[in-house]
Design a binder for this molecule. Structure first.
Ligand code: PEP
Length: 254
């Protein structure tokens, strides 16, 4: 089990799913069925749900709301975009940044993601920063180097106060939405590598305090084994976060 110093986190990334009514029902079901737990639970629905999700969970000590993206600029002529300040004004506390789908479909680079991380922090949002390699990168044995670059480029010019607010999610791209999960050993190896990078740059206390989540086809059937790894502090859950029973079973895996 991960050390008691770190927060255990299970975050649900709904992606582009759920109409307003469906989202309201899912939040309701999670609120009604969430057991008393020490795990920090974060729901990351599409923007349209943020305000209601926060309003319905505001009085729950362990349930927080996050967005799936924000823009790097403060405001202005960016049609269709949502700023970090606007996300924060809904009551959200977190924002997923650097998800592989945004890197792939919206050409988000490490540099841009770094700018978004700073915009989020400047507006009181905690980034859930995603990193992870494509299958061919792993097969070429370059996965540690690639993730190292992603982490360094987007995060390592933050100061010590800000880096402590960041949650890292390691999500091997070949495991997202594919049903293929990294083995617990593969997850542990990369999480340990990331923690060592943070240690080298910011010192042991920051590294040991940072929650590093695993994401990629986590389900009730495999969560326990993955969460039992010493450097895995929880999960970022896609598909299985869309059903209250599955998502809560994953939360219960701790
Ligand atoms: C994700 O999109 O962050 C994710 C981990 O998806 P899934 O759980 O569906 O693989």
């Amino acid at each position: 089990m991960a050390t008691a110093k770190r927060k255990h986190i299970v975050a649900g990334n709904w992606k582009m799913n759920k109409s307003y009514d469906e989202g309201r029902d899912l939040v309701k079901s999670i609120v009604e069925n969430l057991q008393n737990t020490d795990v920090m639970v974060i729901l990351c629905p599409p923007f349209i749900h943020l305000y209601n999700a926060h309003a319905k969970t505001n009085d729950m000590a362990n349930l927080f709301i996050g967005a799936q993206n924000c823009h790097q600029e403060v405001s202005g002529a960016y049609t269709g975009e949502v700023s970090a300040e606007m996300v924060k004004s809904t009551g959200a506390s977190f924002v997923i940044l650097g998800h592989s789908e945004r890197r792939a479909y919206y050409n988000e680079t490490d540099e841009l993601i770094g700018q978004k991380v700073k915009a989020a922090l400047a507006n009181g949002l905690q980034p859930i920063f995603c990193c992870g390699e494509l299958l061919e990168v792993r097969e070429a044995g370059k996965h540690e180097k690639l993730v190292e670059e992603q982490v360094k480029k987007a995060l390592f010019d933050l100061d010590e106060v800000d880096i402590k607010k960041v949650v890292i999610a390691y999500e091997p791209v070949w495991a997202i939405g594919t049903g293929k999960t990294a083995s617990p050993e593969q997850a542990q190896e990369m999480h340990h590598h990331i923690r060592q990078l943070v240690d080298k740059k910011y010192g042991k206390a920051v590294a040991e305090g940072m929650s590093i989540l695993y994401g990629g086809s986590v389900k009730p059937a495999n969560a326990k084994e993955i969460f039992a790894q010493p450097d895995v502090d929880g999960g970022l859950i896609g598909g299985a976060s869309l059903k209250s029973a599955d998502f809560l079973a994953i939360v219960d895996s701790f």
